[in-house]
Design a protein around this ligand. Structure first.
Ligand code: G1P
Ligand code: ZN
Length: 545
């Protein structure tokens, strides 16, 4: 028998507001005594039939990853979890975790990541539970975990000497077996089963240059395994390829602001034919061509329109889904393919039921997230390989592909403006202000157009009929232009205000405007209405996508 210690504590969670997707806080907070342990105890309490079950545990390699895994091993041993599957060096991307949970029939997985937030002592850390379908725990479970974390007064731990995580191997502690595995193999095999890697590699070797930016985070080893070892490309096609505890000071969010070096290589210097980046935990992606940025909403539409190019989807797809703020570009494709298109609230967890019930096969969000039924998370490298496969089949450039898409379906001009880390009272004031007069906008003019709808988006899940209210304020105009306002649920400093703008241009219209120009009247009118720049004291948004 391994000894089990019951540690009594003063509960550190009582002062906290509930989070919707696990716990994301500053690294320093996580360093406080018992802080992580209590949350892990709350997670384990939420899992029925934990005794003897299998759990996957891994993270994105940020500061605190290894020590957190070691504590989780000790707590799981004390709870007689049957098997822990842990990747070598503790490194497992979020989509790879999702795959491993499904492949191993695990009861769930614990993901250590704050996704695209910076890491290191001054950055953030996070813990998230995924359930047996491989996807993020639904709200019913996360709120249970939260409630439990608030009231716990003790946790159980076995202070065993944990194995080093730098070699594969199997270790036994009482009733628990700890398996340290190769974290790359299963994921690369999955990619090989979906894509024709030989075809992509032949294409890339024929004068179509690739640069992939892993942002010093978890996807570096996966990208090298696939692009260099499997496809035989040169080692330097992966930049920032070694996972670092502080991501080398980078903010590992693949957008034009935070992946600016990559953006410069593609958009200004035009040194490569194709560029892509993934975020801290590997679920987000940004796609760039030579002189061409692909908006994530357009990426979802292009991916949906070209399933016939990708071996894994040649049999056709059941349907698609997008989050509400994502542009309607994919709706036009779905309608042409005669498949259903669902509109869900922001957050990947809302796609889970639709995927599990085979109502959809592909889904995505405007926030650089795209994925399919191969796992239950968005998947950055999957999206990169998908784009490369389409380009290889069509033998064309990124800008040719996107322009031909617009010619066929029209273009949904789209942009998101983020005002990051503003004081919460200001963010709430702006949000509540719009909320209060939203219905009165209907029938009035906005940006030279009649407002035909204005509401706070709410969603009824078509599978389990659960309702999610307050999912974002939206103004919909007669020409279907949209303006949306949300408060971020993932930031850790102050509040982040997100504004989304969309306007459709039919294929006979000018499709080559700068989106900021095409959307100017929507952007200006929202600012007139809400005084955002003045109230936030910011001349312009922190990030414009
Ligand atoms: C953001 C994105 C959302 C995404 C989430 C997790 O959430 O907007 O689409 O699912 O990160 O990656 P937000 O900060 O807007 O609540
Ligand atoms: Zn992420």
């Amino acid at each position: 028998m391994t000894e089990v210690n019951v540690i009594n504590i003063k509960n550190p969670f009582q002062d906290q507001k509930p989070g919707t997707s696990g716990l994301r806080k500053s690294t320093l907070r996580f360093q406080e005594e018992h802080y992580l342990e209590i949350f892990i105890q709350a997670i384990l309490n939420s899992i029925k039939d934990l005794h003897g079950s299998t759990l996957v545990v891994g993270g994105d390699g940020r500061y605190g990853n290894i020590s957190a895994i070691k504590k989780i091993i000790q707590i799981c041993v004390a709870h007689q979890v049957g098997k822990l599957i842990i990747p070598k060096n503790g490194l497992l991307s979020t989509p790879a975790t999702s795959h491993l949970i499904r492949k191993e029939g695990a009861i769930g997985g614990i993901i250590l990541s704050a996704s695209h937030n910076p890491g290191g002592i001054e950055g953030d850390f996070g813990v998230k539970l995924n359930i047996s379908n491989g996807g993020p725990a639904p709200e019913s479970i996360t709120s249970q975990i939260y409630q439990c974390s608030q009231s716990l007064k003790s946790y159980k731990i076995s202070k065993i000497k944990t194995p080093d995580l730098d070699e594969v191997g199997v270790f036994s502690f009482g009733q628990t077996s700890v398996e340290i595995i190769d974290g790359l193999k299963d994921y690369s095999n999955l990619m090989e089963s979906i894509f024709d890697l030989d075809q992509i590699s032949d294409f890339l070797k024929k004068d179509f240059s690739l640069i992939f930016d892993a942002m010093n985070a978890v996807t570096g080893p996966y990208a090298k395994n696939i692009f260099v070892e499997k496809m035989g490309l040169a080692d330097n096609c992966v930049m920032n390829g070694i996972p670092l505890e502080d991501f080398g000071g980078l903010h590992p969010d693949p957008n034009l602001t935070y992946a600016s070096k990559l953006a410069d290589l593609l958009l200004v210097q035009k040194s490569y034919s194709f560029g892509a980046a993934c975020d801290g935990d590997g679920d987000r992606n940004m796609i760039l061509g030579q002189g061409c940025f692909v908006n994530p909403s357009d990426s979802l539409a292009v991916i949906t329109a070209n399933t016939n190019c990708v071996p894994g989807y040649k049999g056709g797809i059941a349907g698609v889904a997008r989050s509400m703020p994502t542009s309607s570009a994919v709706d036009f494709v779905a309608s042409a393919l005669n498949i259903p298109c669902f509109e869900t609230p922001t957050g990947w967890k809302f796609f889970g039921n639709l995927l599990d019930s085979n109502l959809i096969s592909i889904c995505g969000e405007e926030s650089f997230g795209t994925g399919s039924n191969h796992v239950r998370e968005k998947d950055g490298l999957w999206a990169v390989l998908y784009w490369l496969q389409i380009l290889a089949v069509k033998n064309c450039s990124v800008s040719e592909l996107i322009q031909n898409h617009w010619k066929q379906y029209g273009r949904n001009y789209y942009s998101r403006h983020d005002y990051e880390a503003i004081p919460s009272p200001i963010a709430n004031q702006i949000f509540n202000n719009l909320s209060s007069f939203l219905p009165s906008l209907i029938g009035n003019k906005f940006a030279g157009n009649l407002v035909k709808g204005a509401d706070n988006f709410s969603y009824i899940d078509p599978v389990d009929q659960s309702t999610s209210k307050n999912q974002g304020l939206r103004i919909i105009l007669e020409d279907n232009s949209r303006v949306i306002l949300r408060l971020s649920g993932t930031g850790t400093k102050g509040s982040t205000l997100r504004l989304y703008f969309e306007k459709f241009a039919g294929s006979e219209q000018n499709l080559h405007l700068n989106p900021q120009v095409a959307l100017k009247s929507l952007i200006d009118d929202l600012d007139h209405l809400l005084n955002i720049r003045k109230l936030t004291k910011m001349e312009k948004p922190t990030v414009i996508t």
